[in-house]
Design a protein around this ligand. Structure first.
Ligand code: C2E
Ligand code: CA
Ligand code: CA
Ligand code: CA
Length: 279
């Protein structure tokens, strides 16, 4: 048994070493990703089911490394958080997204709300409201065109601190939405205290919405609860017309997903906005 234990131990460390050496490689590469122009933003349209138009867009970070290829944010964002690199990367994302929103506005597009993902570490940084204000002023974008997406888990980690941060952002006129809603454990009493204006229904509930009665019930409950609390709803991961039909019938305000479009580079997104037709 002792022998076996040792083998297990050895096997386990070899596996851990493989992951950690990939992580180490990624941290080292990520350190230079910004200055070497390997990071970019893609934009995914958010479609209003009431106004029948694109009313916003979510900025999603992309990393293309010359040797390692494209690395998914699901893999590198946690690494950026653990290493602290998320602070500088997150600031770059904010500035880049705000610049893009301003550019589209100057080019005469109907005003779009730019939604930017904020990581746990950024959200806990007391300087976030100052940073955001500084970027908005520097670029000349009104705060109501910026929305910060915060996951439910981040908001609930320290609800009291989250309430304070949300109040500060709200006072500055910046919108906050709750991402991946339904996957965390928000109690309704907190939802009332959080200064948020929109809930993003997690894609795991949307996926089987047309076949799974439980998912149907959850989504419809989130939508009606949001209505009674005066919150907007957006469903993410909408891929099929069946999903869209159900969401529309339930009174969901907005949708986002491959049904309309994948996240795209800025120029392509711009063309999409110009030629958008509701389906
Ligand atoms: P998220 O914020 O929940 O973003 C939604 C993810 O779902 C995106 O993956 C998007 O490309 C994908 N998606 C959109 N529509 C569909 C659909 O119809 N079907 C399916 N299956 N997927 C869809 P992505 O771009 O790989 O990003 C993954 C996660 O990485 C994001 O999840 C977010 O948590 C994080 N992330 C991305 N960009 C940033 C960033 O700039 N800052 C921070 N802190 N996190 C980011
Ligand atoms: Ca998001
Ligand atoms: Ca999400
Ligand atoms: Ca997610």
């Amino acid at each position: 048994a002792k022998q076996e234990g040792r083998n297990n131990y050895r096997f386990f460390t070899a596996e851990m070493q493989a992951t950690s050496s990939r992580n180490l490689q990624l941290v080292n590469a990520l350190r230079y990703a910004l200055e070497r122009n390997q990071l970019s933003l893609h934009y995914q349209p958010q479609v209003s089911l009431h106004q029948n138009c694109v009313i916003g867009t979510e900025a999603l970070l992309r990393w293309h490394h010359p040797e390692l290829g494209s690395i998914s944010p699901a893999e590198f964002i946690p690494i950026a958080e653990d290493s602290g690199l998320i602070i500088s990367i997150g600031e770059w994302v904010l500035r880049q997204a705000v610049k893009q929103a301003k550019l589209w506005m100057e080019e005469g597009h109907a005003p779009l709300i730019m939604a930017v993902n904020i990581s746990a570490i950024q959200f806990r940084h007391p300087d976030l409201p100052n940073l955001v204000t500084q970027i908005l002023e520097e670029i000349g974008l009104a705060p109501e065109y910026l929305e910060l997406e915060l996951t439910e888990g981040v908001a609930m980690y320290d609800p009291q601190a989250a309430i304070e941060m949300m109040n500060n952002l709200h006072e500055l006129g910046i919108r906050v939405s709750i991402d991946d809603f339904g996957t965390g454990y928000s109690s309704l009493s907190y939802l009332k205290k959080f200064k948020v204006y929109k809930l993003k229904i997690d894609q795991s509930f949307v996926r089987d919405i047309s076949t799974d009665p439980e998912d149907k019930a959850i989504v419809s409950a989130i939508i009606s609860m949001s209505k009674s609390l005066g919150l907007q709803t957006i469903a993410e991961g909408v891929e099929t017309v069946e999903q869209l039909t159900y969401l529309r019938a339930q009174g969901c305000d907005e949708v986002q997903g491959y049904f309309y479009s994948k996240p795209m580079p800025a120029e392509q997104a711009e063309e999409y906005f110009r030629e958008f037709k509701l389906r």
